[in-house]
Design a protein around this ligand. Structure first.
Ligand SMILES: NC(=O)c1ccc[n+]([C@@H]2O[C@H](COP(=O)([O-])OP(=O)(O)OC[C@H]3O[C@@H](n4cnc5c(N)ncnc54)[C@H](OP(=O)(O)O)[C@@H]3O)[C@@H](O)[C@H]2O)c1
Length: 535
């Protein structure tokens, strides 16, 4: 640790010209699981991008904590390679990287070994003395989920958590020099309601809720935040955002890959746990929530949890009517043959795990009563896509009905307006409207009004982890999941998971890789007189 004191970063040194600054207090970020994939692919690249933009605190250091033996130097070399491969600003400017790298340290220990936490405490003390990190800590749990509770307990036992001090929202320091402690917890957060509650209870023995930052990286995406600005920063959409005008809403998260060697992990999870319980219910809450009174963390999260609570529960007895689950079999995806999920390495024989899920949800509140929300997600679909489609009611068909019949003898309807919020890729928003094509006849053809993020702003959106790490350092938990949100989401999906587990492979549908899902899912929505909005 001889060079612990050389890790200080200053704004002046890191500022890139014209970048607005909003960096927080000096602090040390301790990453548990620092030799893992997430640290390499997301966390260090995000920190490097923040450093590049002058958004890291003046005095900042990172301590990696994981089992594998390695020196500080080896850790820096590995992180440099990771940043060169994955950061938005790559390769990093040498002066930016060198300063960030001098603040990187590593503690090799197993999570179970109390001696590791003693060494961590010594190193943090040294960084405080030499770096002036102000005893402020961000602990990041980038570890297997079964390590979350043991690490939290040991952090508490080692006296590494500043008691109840969570810092000011504006990043102000604790008055008595104790510093603040915050903890970021990765997904998955539990695997059902009971395990999520138990994990919350373990965390709350050591941290107060205001110190806890449960991450859902979807909320860090610019286009997800844009849902709120689009809705509440414009006056023309909100009046149409309700049961009077909206016929139904669809949320789609498609992945154009199979499990690709991660079958062992995925087989214990499935689409409902991996996508629906977290990302999709978060998206739904932003689309369906009422306007918050302010844009403060608790005001926003109060509204999100209110709408989650208003979703009509799906009892196990109705899981068969209101949900579809399916698994992909071999097929051709982007020109390549891919094996069936059941033949993937690490996947159990006769596995009942769903790689596709579709749900019909109803929200029992004044705004949304009677408007179905269809959620659909799957692996090995034709396209990697996340989008929200708000389909409006059809026009009354008075004026153009005859013309439409004449123009499309095979169709008897006018295409309804559709607002599509594209979260990724090709981030943007489009509105389908009916317009008259050139010519003497009055008829309607669908056309699109659109906004494309890249064309309008001239840049690609920042990585979600950049925003989330920055917000945590600033003490802003708006884009993190509160305890009641995570438990409410689990309360909704747990009965369905239990029903599926009890039925095992009975009721599991199949779809070829590279298709939009099973026939059963088409019939599921067609039964309501609607169609999937495939991109
Ligand atoms: N990877 C992603 O893109 C991604 C995305 C979203 C969420 N997540 C979540 O992030 C977390 C981490 O994922 P990951 O992909 O980075 O996992 P990973 O590659 O398996 O890394 C796990 C890390 O934990 C360390 N570790 C495990 N058991 C340990 C023990 N008993 N003592 C000390 N260190 C131990 C490993 O250290 P050694 O290797 O030195 O043993 C390694 O650094 C998971 O909860 C995952 O669900 C990951």
């Amino acid at each position: 640790m001889s060079d612990a004191g050389r890790g200080a970063l200053t704004h002046a040194e890191l500022a890139s010209s014209g970048t607005p600054h909003r960096a927080g207090d000096p602090c040390v970020m301790v990453i548990f699981g620092a030799s893992g994939d997430l640290t390499k692919r997301k966390l260090l690249p995000a920190l490097s991008a923040l450093a590049h933009d002058g958004l890291l605190p003046d005095r900042f250091a990172v301590v990696g904590f994981a089992r594998r033996e390695k020196s500080d130097e080896a850790f820096r070399d590995e992180m440099k390679a990771a940043v060169q491969q994955f950061s938005r600003h790559r390769p990093p400017k040498p002066e930016v990287w060198d300063r960030l790298a001098r603040g990187l340290h590593y503690v090799a220990a197993s999570f179970e070994e109390p001696g590791g936490y003693d060494r961590l405490r010594d190193l943090l003390g040294e960084l405080d003395r030499k770096n002036g990190a102000g005893r402020n800590r961000v602990y990041y749990l980038a570890t297997p989920p079964n390590a979350y509770a043991p690490i939290v307990t040991r952090l508490g036992a080692a006296g590494l958590v500043s008691e109840a001090w969570d810092g000011q929202p504006d990043g102000g320091a604790a008055p008595d020099g104790r510093g603040w402690s915050r903890i970021i917890i990765e997904k998955p957060f539990g695997r059902d309601l009971a395990t999520a509650r138990a994990l919350n209870a373990d965390i709350h023995r050591v941290f107060r809720e205001r110190q806890v930052y449960r991450i859902d990286h979807y909320l860090g995406k610019e286009t997800v935040q844009n849902i709120l600005t689009f809705r509440f920063g414009n006056s023309i959409f909100e009046p149409l955002w309700n049961r009077r005008y909206v016929d139904h809403v669809q949320l789609l998260v498609g992945e154009d890959l199979g499990v690709e060697g991660r079958g062992g992990f995925y087989d214990t999870a499935g689409a409902m746990r991996d996508m629906v319980q977290n990302h999709m219910l978060q998206l739904l809450s932003l689309v369906a929530m009422e306007p918050p009174a302010t844009f403060e963390a608790d005001a926003v999260r109060d509204e999100k949890v209110k709408v989650l609570r208003a979703i009509r529960p799906i009892p196990a007895s109705r899981a068969g009517d209101l949900t579809i689950r399916a698994q992909y079999v071999s097929g051709v995806l982007r020109g390549k043959k891919i094996p069936a999920y059941a033949d993937e390495l690490g996947v159990g024989e006769e596995t009942p795990t769903e790689t596709y899920a579709a749900l019909h949800l109803e929200i029992d509140n004044w705004r949304w009563a009677g408007v179905p929300f269809y959620l659909r997600t799957g692996k090995a679909l034709p396209k990697r896509v996340t989008e929200v489609t708000i389909q409006y009611r059809r026009p009354p068909l008075l004026l153009f009905q005859q013309a439409e019949h004449a123009a499309h003898a095979d169709r008897d309807v006018i295409e309804p307006n559709r607002l599509t919020l594209r979260i990724q890729p090709d981030e943007g928003i489009s509105l389908r409207v009916g317009l008259k094509p050139p010519g003497p006849r009055i008829s309607l053809v669908p056309a699109r009004l659109g906004f494309v993020y890249r064309d309008t702003f001239g840049v690609e959106p920042a990585e979600a982890y950049e925003r989330l790490l920055l917000d945590c350092m600033l003490g802003d938990s708006t884009l993190f999941i509160r305890r009641d949100e995570v438990e409410t989401a689990w309360a909704l999906v747990t009965p369905v998971l239990e029903a599926w587990a009890a039925a095992s492979r009975n009721g599991l549908a199949y779809y070829p890789a590279g298709s939009w899902g099973p026939k059963e899912a088409d019939r599921f929505i067609q039964g309501d007189g609607r169609e999937w909005a495939n991109p």
